[in-house]
Design a binder for this molecule. Structure first.
Ligand code: SF4
Length: 359
């Protein structure tokens, strides 16, 4: 397996069957080797710096019904909320004071917000904080809508593909959603010049090593700036409530594999990782992640954005979240920096001659 890891580090890709073999056949010793290689690459590109993004979960309404999601439209027990523009701006104000230079606006696919509303949110934030990046994470939209948001100031877009295997996609989503459409959205976002993020759950129901190999092959093809992965965690009000959690260890290994695939990529140590294990985010950094995303949403709505059970950090104020993460990163020798943390394309031919820690 070490040979495959070396090839991955050198070529930044493997064949799908090699990815599947790596996932299925990795020993503890191989995993340790993988971790060391990933950490080395991360250090080479980013040193001990960790970028931070202020997450604002501004609506938990959604028109979709993904089987794994706690805020799916069929969950009648979800207590719904929307933040106003003023609420959002006050989250940004607090976040800016705490050193955030990226705001991530995340929500379900809520039809109440028109394109004009999203444009207005983007413009208002950009007017007040021109030195900050805006990331949108509001699902599948038309090319035209994505274009409008971009022109209004959005810089980045997160849209997890969740699984790149057609059959698996069908088992996780209702008929109204399709992998083809999801992928097309990602290609559209790329074409429009967004820094694009995708990702998937590790250990979602019915997932196989071959599914993950397809995820990795798709990620290689897309060449995203960001990849967010976390373990599958069940929510008690969804059709998948009885399914087991994804594997913590496999999630960490996937982060390391992604770091070798995308040395200059922005890989978050996700809240899901911190939920499945108390030291999950610290471990994520040690396995190659370089981004954390503390929550800036008002505490009164935090618990309501419950995608899965037992989500952490739902009771702390933004300042507490930030300083808690700062302390946590220090325990693994890393520091959170005040910077936009943009994706910087890298000329691999010039490897060794450039450094991405310019921020
Ligand atoms: S995963 Fe996203 S699109 Fe699917 S139901 Fe949840 S919020 Fe909506």
């Amino acid at each position: 397996m070490k040979e495959l890891i070396d090839i991955l580090k050198r070529d930044r890709k493997l064949l799908p069957e090699e990815f599947a073999a790596l996932i299925n056949g990795m020993s503890e010793e191989d995993a340790l080797y993988l971790k060391e290689q990933a950490f080395q690459v991360k250090e080479q590109f980013f040193g001990n710096k960790v970028f931070t993004r202020g997450l604002i979960e501004f609506t938990n309404y959604c028109k979709n019904d993904c089987y794994y999601c706690g805020i799916r439209k069929s969950n009648v027990n979800a207590v719904r909320y929307r933040l106003t523009l003023e609420d959002i701006l006050s989250c940004c104000e607090e976040g800016y004071g705490l050193g955030f230079r990226t705001f991530v606006l995340q929500g379900g696919e809520d039809l109440r917000y028109s394109d004009e509303d999203i444009e207005q949110i983007c413009r208002s934030i950009k007017n007040k904080y021109p030195d900050c990046a805006i990331t949108l994470s509001i699902g599948e939209k038309s090319y035209e809508s994505y274009k409008r948001y971009k022109e209004a100031g959005a810089d980045r877009y997160l849209l997890r593909h969740e699984t790149a295997d057609e059959e698996h996609y069908r088992l996780l989503h209702p008929e109204s959603l399709s992998l083809k459409e999801r992928k097309q959205c990602l290609w559209n976002l790329k074409e429009l010049g967004y820094q694009v993020g995708t990702g998937f759950m590790v250990g979602s129901p019915f997932q196989t090593a071959e599914c993950i190999a397809k995820d990795l092959a798709f990620i290689k093809e897309l060449e995203p700036a960001m990849v967010g992965i976390g373990p599958f965690l069940p929510h008690h009000d969804t059709p998948f409530k009885e399914y087991p959690k994804g594997s913590y260890e496999l999630t960490l290994r996937m982060i390391a594999i992604l770091r070798l695939m995308i040395p200059n990529g922005l890989l978050p140590a996700t809240t899901a990782l911190g939920t499945i294990h108390p030291m999950g985010r610290e471990a994520g950094i040690s396995w190659g992640a370089n981004v954390v995303m503390p929550n800036l949403s008002p505490v009164r709505v935090r618990k309501k954005y419950e995608l899965y059970d037992n989500k952490i950090c739902t009771g702390d104020e933004a300042a507490e979240c930030r300083s808690c993460l700062q302390r946590r990163m220090l325990t693994v020798g890393h520091e959170i920096v005040t910077a936009r943390g943009d994706f910087i394309p890298y000329t691999f031919e010039a490897e060794g001659k450039e450094n991405l820690c310019t921020m």
